[in-house]
Every structure is written in C-alpha cells, then in structure tokens.
Design a protein around this ligand. Sequence first.
Ligand code: HEC
Length: 104
Amino acid sequence: MKTTKLVTLVMTIAMTLFILIPNLSWAEDGATLYKAKCAACHGADAAGKPAAKIPSLISDEAKKQSDADLTKGIAETAKHPGAVKSLTGDDTKAIVTYIRSLQK
Ligand code: HEC
C-alpha cells in the first residue's frame, strides 16, 4: 500500500511539472512567433514576396545584416503593423534567432 501511495505522489509531481514548465518561460518560441506574426507577409520560409515588395529575410543581403540591423528593421519598418513593432525585446531576439536558422 505504501508503495502505491509513493508512486501516485511521484506521478502527480511529474504531471504537475510537465504541465507547468512550458508555461514558465517568459519569451515565446521564435518559430511560433514567426509563424504567427511574420509568415503571412514574409512567407513560412522567409523568402518574402517580390511581387508584393516584401523583402526576403533569407537573401544574401539579409544574411549580411547584423542582429541589430534586423531588430531595427522589425521595430522601425514603416509597413509593419503595430503588433510587429510592439514586440518585446525578448520576442524579437527569439524571432531573429529563428530567422538565422532559416538562413542556413
Ligand atoms: C503586413 C505585412 C508584414 C508583416 C506582418 C511583417 N512584415 Fe516585415 N516587412 C514588410 C514589408 C512590406 C517590408 C519592406 C518595407 C519597406 O521596404 O519599407 C518589410 C521589411 C522587413 C525587414 C527589413 C528588411 C530589409 O531588407 O530592409 C525586416 C527585417 C522584416 N520586415 C522582418 C519582419 C519580421 C521578423 C516580422 C514578424 C515579427 C515581419 N517583418 C512582419 C511586411 C511585413
């Protein structure tokens, strides 16, 4: 009987951690953010839409830009909706990291 109680307790703790841990991180995942906030315009592969004058984020030019340049582009591009400009620093950082992974 004692063993059963202990197993139940351990399982309960494991389940609680499993549910809580993903919600503990402050910054959201870059890939999720990119898909939600950028992909509609820049495309899921970040190649942009030349016909609509939306620049590629994986071009040689984009690869040459520093993280600071990209961050500035995200926050200051006149065509960007308010939801993009008001991203927090941590979210922007996560997105820049994700864009770098697409550039490889
Ligand atoms: C409503 C469509 C739209 C959305 C949403 C959008 N962009 Fe853009 N983005 C544009 C357009 C259009 C330009 C080019 C603006 C210009 O030339 O002035 C641009 C330019 C940029 C630039 C500058 C590129 C360069 O070469 O100058 C970066 C970086 C960028 N976007 C990243 C992002 C990221 C990251 C997101 C998501 C957080 C995002 N954009 C969301 C339309 C969008």
